[in-house]
Design a protein around this ligand. Sequence first.
Ligand code: FAD
Length: 431
Amino acid sequence: MAERFDCIVVGAGPAGISCAHDLAKGGANVLLIERGEYPGAKNVMGGVLYRKMMEDIVPEFYKEAPLERPIVEQRFMMMDKESALNFGYKGMEWSKEPYNNFTVLRAKFDQWFADKAVEQGAILINETVVLECIVENGKVVGVRTDRPDGEVYADVVVLADGVNSLLAQSLGFHREYKPDEVALATMEILKLDKKIIEDRFNLEENQGCTIELFGDATKGILGTGFLYTNKDSLSIGVGTLLSGLIKHKIRPYELLEYVKNHPMIRPYIQGSEPQEYLAHLIPEGGYKSMGKIVGDGVLVIGDASQLVNAIHREGSNLAMTSGRLAAETILLAKEAGDFSEAMLDRYRVQLMNGFVGQDLKKYKDSTHHFDKFPQYFDAYIPMINKAASQMFTVDGKSKWEKQQKIWRDLGSAKEKMKIARDVYRAWRVIK
Ligand SMILES: Cc1cc2nc3c(=O)[nH]c(=O)nc-3n(C[C@H](O)[C@H](O)[C@H](O)COP(=O)(O)OP(=O)(O)OC[C@H]3O[C@@H](n4cnc5c(N)ncnc54)[C@H](O)[C@@H]3O)c2cc1C
């Protein structure tokens, strides 16, 4: 296979496909290598697809892409063992073109998206694992694959191989991530009749809803759960930091079973049939865990460079944006005939000056903070539920009496000060 391309992109997820699409559209000769049987075969996401970043690559994609439902409602559940405080937003403006966000199933969506890159002229090869980058005189000049005679050469190699990128690690771009820098998420796709979904979630045809789950969904461990509506299935999942699972000696599938059987969730999924079980890591170290993302002849994009905003469950949009910006820089480098780190660094600058870098910096201390102070999830959410129960139970006591009881339940003056301090600290890390 000893061939030469302008660019090799490793990994056909949202990051790699976006990059290959825009490179091919810009006239570059690009090879996209995927280890799975097809793009999406190994990919996992809840998953919410963000329209804006997708439209930056394929305008009006929603007219032809295999989408599940436009999301018209986002709900949040602060869960205790037998209760939940709910809030959210539903807007009819999101049910019309150009919509806001969509639920998708990655196995279908990634295949369609990769076809769009192929239509632009990218060459896609599946079932091929990139084993290592070929480095000559400190410059990446190609990749070695697991195919016979599997060396391929290019002016630039883009690493879009996802969380834990072994390829970037072997170049010394980042260290092995610690258990408090990655989350492990497990999820199931549950088959359920379309009409039942619409009735249960108060939706009309071609409307979708997402519910984010906090607190008891993860048994108070730092993390979140989710329940999303697809056309005729539901996606349900739960993800927590690996360090939390280790510390609490809980297996991820036990946590998923727990959520499925939770009294606040069980009625939504009743009668559904498990269709698929999936598990995947999510990079959650954020800005502080990012390694080097540019070198001579090489760029790192998407999850491979820790581009996930865990607070807002955004990942695919950061991946797509990084792929688009990497392609832009490579096309300029091609014009200049210069693939040095100095030239390719434009990608890093654009990425970090845009919303991706700004958001990562904004939340740079959040994972660490909420991991260090577990009381937000295991103490304060139950406390809020208890207060809501007292306030909303009509039992002949005056509301004034109830307020006083809630205040007393917060504990001594010292304990109240601690809560006030924690609220202030949380505000500081997410403001
Ligand atoms: C349970 C779960 C729920 C999520 N929910 C959401 C959500 O609702 N919205 C959202 O925006 N994000 C969500 N995310 C995050 C999102 O999935 C990722 O941020 C996104 O997929 C990153 O895209 P990527 O292209 O960088 O990596 P990936 O999608 O992981 O793609 C990497 C690709 O590289 C291939 N590959 C890896 N190594 C090699 C190799 N050596 N050779 C060849 N190919 C290789 C893989 O097979 C894969 O196809 C979720 C993640 C999980 C796990």
